[in-house]
Design a protein around this ligand. Structure first.
Ligand code: SF4
Length: 249
């Protein structure tokens, strides 16, 4: 089983900047029977990118596909055979580093492509040496993720970048995340042909759809994302409507 994948359209934008993102896609929230998104909201679960692209293509009358089944198997592997999973992950990262060197690209890693696990808590072994987590095992590469879990203990991990994610009902966590210095990813209900709002919640908006390379973003910004897929029909409050808010203000 291959744990890491590349190749979604937004990730491919990063290759133009010299980076190759490898993503681990697990099954989100409790789809596998295990909870991978402790702070998932009704809105984000309904609009989750888990069903974006090929992951959301189902044959008529079917409710699953090979991509969804693979994500469920990987998640069960993670929860049921942790040591084996981490061994595979380390091996896949080693392979990715070599592959990227051949392609003359810088490998970067996003382990929560469709989950929100605190990977800083899981130890790994690389070349016979045990490390507290995969980030310490690979200090030479950059990792990044989005999270809705406030208070993750990552400040001492220089090669792991987190962007906080706004959703329906986590406004007070967003305020705290901003106070703690996080950029906040916010999904806006505007068309891709329309510009991002200049500011939101009093902060400059940075277009997060130009690439997925969040660790390169300026600090202290709202990372604006265009609503995609099911998010375009969101009514839970997960998607924010800046124009309507400005008119009401
Ligand atoms: S927390 Fe993220 S990965 Fe989990 S359900 Fe919500 S949007 Fe999907």
């Amino acid at each position: 089983m291959k744990l890491l994948s590349t190749g979604n359209p937004k990730i491919l934008k990063g290759t133009k900047q010299g980076y190759n993102t490898y993503i681990l896609h697990l099954a989100p929230y409790n789809l596998s029977g295990y909870q991978t998104c402790p702070k998932a909201t009704a809105g984000c679960a309904a609009a989750c990118l888990n069903t974006a692209g090929r992951g959301g293509m189902f044959k008529k009358g079917e409710t699953t596909n090979v991509i969804q089944q693979a994500r469920i198997r990987k998640t069960q592997f993670f929860f049921e055979e942790r040591n084996g999973f981490m061994e595979w992950l380390v091996a896949d990262i080693e392979k990715a580093i070599k592959q990227s060197a051949r392609l003359n690209l810088i490998p970067v890693f996003r382990l929560n492509g469709t989950s929100d696990l605190s990977f800083e808590k899981y130890s790994v072994i690389r070349n016979g040496v045990q490390y507290d987590n995969v980030f310490f095992a690979f200090p030479e590469v950059q990792f990044y993720d989005y999270t809705k879990v406030l208070g993750r203990k990552i400040k001492h991990i220089p090669n792991y970048h987190l962007t906080f994610s706004a959703a329906d009902g986590n406004d007070s966590d967003v305020v705290k995340a901003i106070e703690q210095g996080y950029n906040v990813a916010t999904v806006f209900g505007i068309k891709k042909t329309e510009p991002m709002p200049a500011t939101y919640n009093g902060r400059e908006v940075f277009n997060g759809d130009d690439s997925d390379l969040r660790f390169l973003d300026p600090k202290g910004v709202i990372v604006g994302l265009y609503a995609k897929g099911k998010a375009k029909k969101d009514t839970t409050g997960f998607v924010k409507y800046p124009t309507i808010m400005m008119m009401a203000a």
